[in-house]
Design a binder for this molecule. Sequence first.
Ligand SMILES: C[S@@+](CC[C@H](N)C(=O)[O-])C[C@H]1O[C@@H](n2cnc3c(N)ncnc32)[C@H](O)[C@@H]1O
Length: 281
Amino acid sequence: MPLDAHRSTPLPVASALSHTSPTDPGFPLVQRRLLDLTGIDLDAYKRPQMMRRLDAILARCHLASLTALANELKPNSEVLKEFMERFTINVSECFRDKPRFEQLQRQIIPEMAKRNAALRLWSAGCSYGAEPYSLAIILREANLTRAAITATDIDPKILAAAKAGESFTSNDFRNLTPEIAKRYFTVTPTGTFRATEALRPFITFRQQNLLQPPPGKDFDIVLCRNVTIYFTEESKDQVTQHLVDALRPGGILFIGETETIHRPQRFGLTLRSTSFYEKAG
Ligand SMILES: C[S@@+](CC[C@H](N)C(=O)[O-])C[C@H]1O[C@@H](n2cnc3c(N)ncnc32)[C@H](O)[C@@H]1O
């Protein structure tokens, strides 16, 4: 999926001239409104990036202050839509970080399925679905038809796209062989690609904020990749604790290529190999 494919037109250069600050009296108003409307907590984000994104939203929405922004934050408003686009970055692709995804396919899933073929997987921060549909391909190819995937995201719009499963482009498939792409995706009249029925029964979609308790327990594998990059260390820890709470003992947490968990033993995790952590069991 090309960067910003789910977004509207690029940001005007004027944003560089704005200068919002957390001490601005409008800031707590925006923070409260956003938390109430979406569950997004601005305190969870690293300050410099977060303020830059607020500047961008002010410029794009032609608003002069954070107080004006707070007043415009209403359900279904354009300003709220802009917020969701700036704060939930939806870039993804199938089998993202291919070597690690292949390790999941060749080693981790078969090993776990020996213990119990009715595997339970959670794709946390699933964006438009490339990750959970990749998992469904693995399960389908291994004939693990009793396995189930829960796919969650905070952004209802992107979750609807994931559920529809038809906004894929050829960029999503660069890590797939042509045979697999052809087997599991069909072209739509608009030229995008749609996941076939063979993958759909595996996946249940639901909205979920990772700063809130998890959507279930006893998952065998939890994937949370490229979701918390701009979060503060404190919020990252909070998310990690929720992910660990969702795993069964001996379960695996699979994180993004550029991510690490500092002192994983704090969460009862041990690093098994790059990107994979095991919960003490
Ligand atoms: C860059 S995408 C990652 C997609 C996929 N995991 C991958 O690695 O390709 C990040 C996703 O995390 C979601 N997200 C951001 N903050 C979140 C939160 N607090 N709770 C749940 N999802 C969140 C965004 O809406 C976005 O769809």
